[in-house]
Design a protein around this ligand. Sequence first.
Ligand code: CA
Length: 200
Amino acid sequence: MTILSILWMLGCSKEPSESLISLPDHIVAGEMFNAPGRTIRYTKIEPVPRLLADNYLDLPIYDTYLVDINRDGRDDFQLVRSRAFGEGFDSLRIELHPLDDNQILVIDAASDWVQAVPILDTIHERSDWIESSGILFNTYISQRDTTSLGHWRNLSPVHYAGVKTKVDEQWLYGWIRMAVAQSWGDNLAIFDYATTVPMN
Ligand SMILES: [Ca+2]
């Protein structure tokens, strides 16, 4: 038996390890329609819910918006806006909470800053994910000035939060499109969202 035929036999004896159910391994930010290798479930929100008002003092102390990204009747992510009062300043924070075992994309795995993904960027497993709450931005407002921290501050209008949900122990990738108004810097709107789904 030649070395070549042994190598051929070794190659043939390899068991297929991949599941027969085909799961897309990424989604492109802003992707709404099915593409080769990816089935997309897209949801547009009407009307656009605004989490924030024109003046932060008019805002409720706490409010939330739930996202059922694959529309199976079970909420997957929660946007939370909370307002707090400190000594000499108020603070206003927008967070993205993954529910159940879901995860969100952050700027690096050691932080909890939610990444603002530009349109057409690929969201995939090699990104940095956390399963705890992440912060879009945190704003401190005093009589003198306003300071914002976070990847979503001072952005051009539309960006995407990368998310993933666990289905049958495998990950499905998704995005949530949001905008931060430039006039005040802290006015967040949610427009639509999408996720990959298993392909039949
Ligand atoms: Ca769901």
